[in-house]
Design a protein around this ligand. Structure first.
Ligand SMILES: Nc1nc2c(ncn2[C@@H]2O[C@H](COP(=O)(O)OP(=O)(O)OP(=O)(O)O)[C@@H](O)[C@H]2O)c(=O)[nH]1
Length: 308
């Protein structure tokens, strides 16, 4: 390559060559696509393991190379960018079967779509830059999980539960649809740790999580509220129905056997129930009542369900 250029160079083969070198060096692929979805050019995207869309081929239509639903969305986005005559962005996930074989997982992209100036009677076209955002998306997902999930059991944590409780309480103010809270605490859990070690205690907590999940409905929200304490929100449920659920859960825990190495561990759980009432000023007071009921269940001898 020369290190000086003249004006003529910019229309010359030399200029085309320089542009090709520039585009080939771009890690993110750029597609030039017209308003009918015809792929006019594929530029850049040659960096190993960053972007490779083997299915997007020059001189073919998006609908010939991509699954219909994906091609439809692409074309809609292209036409929106053209109509608005401005930069349009779209975030999307590409399944690994549509990527080149070096990718072993789905990849996430941000498409930045710029309309190109129209030349006389040409069809309108856009530049579609596909930026690989997989690392950022997975990192954000991980952060979100850390903020909302309990690390040991994988279920929701207290912070997430309280957020949902607040929204459910606000909805009750408007629609008056009742809900109940179950507060559950493993009985004599300290003894489990003392007899089988902290590992044994952790196995019990994980196993109880499965038992509780299986015993509750899909619409119920289960969370680990503290050490050996769990909480469940039963939407659209009144006290008699919540009592039936609580008994079912209590019996399921009582029947289950936790295999820890050569040991078979059995535990029971006490359950306190409360129902939202029009007198409740905040969601915390509903939880507080379930907690009071739980301690009444403990005082009544454990492995019991108590209503307040
Ligand atoms: N293995 C394990 N133990 C935990 C965890 N979180 C809290 N614990 C233990 O749980 C035990 C709870 O003991 P206590 O509060 O005395 O209650 P308990 O022995 O279950 O007795 P009751 O609730 O009165 O039936 C404590 O020993 C905590 O150290 C955890 O994540 N893993």
């Amino acid at each position: 390559m020369k290190d000086t250029q003249t004006t003529e160079d910019f229309t010359s083969e030399y200029f085309k060559e320089v542009l090709t070198i520039f585009f080939d060096a771009l890690p993110d692929p750029i597609f030039v696509i017209n308003q009918n979805g015809l792929i006019l050019r594929v530029l850049g995207g040659n960096s190993h393991k960053i972007n490779c869309f083997p299915n997007i081929v020059e001189s073919q239509y998006l609908h010939e190379t991509l699954p219909k639903e994906i091609a439809d969305v692409c074309l809609q986005t292209i036409n929106k960018a053209i109509e608005d005559d401005s930069l349009t962005c779209i975030d999307y996930e590409v399944e690994k079967e549509h990527l080149s074989p070096e990718f072993c997982s789905n990849q996430f992209y941000q498409g930045r779509i710029f309309p190109l100036k129209q030349h006389e009677s040409d069809l309108r076209a856009v530049l579609w830059i596909a930026i690989n955002t997989t690392e950022k998306v997975l990192f954000t997902k991980k952060l979100n999980e850390l903020a909302t999930k309990d690390e040991l059991t994988g279920i929701n944590n207290r912070r997430y539960f309280n957020g949902v409780m607040k929204r459910t309480f606000d909805m009750f103010q408007r629609d008056k649809v009742s809900f109940c809270i179950l507060m559950l605490d493993v009985d004599f859990f300290k003894k489990v740790n003392d007899n089988y070690g902290h590992d044994g205690g952790d196995s019990v907590l994980k196993s109880i999580t499965c038992t509780l999940t299986e015993s509750l409905r899909d619409i119920d929200l289960l969370a680990r509220y503290g050490g050996e304490e769990f909480i469940a929100l039963l939407p659209n449920t009144n006290m008699p129905d919540a009592f039936i659920v609580a008994q079912r859960v209590r019996l399921a825990v009582e029947k289950s056997i936790v295999q820890h190495g050569a040991h078979e561990i059995r535990v029971t759980t006490s359950v306190g129930i409360s129902e939202i009432s029009p007198e409740d000023k905040d969601y915390e007071s509903v939880i507080k009542r379930a907690d009071v009921a739980l301690y009444a269940a403990k005082n009544a001898g454990r492995n019991k369900v108590v209503i307040v």
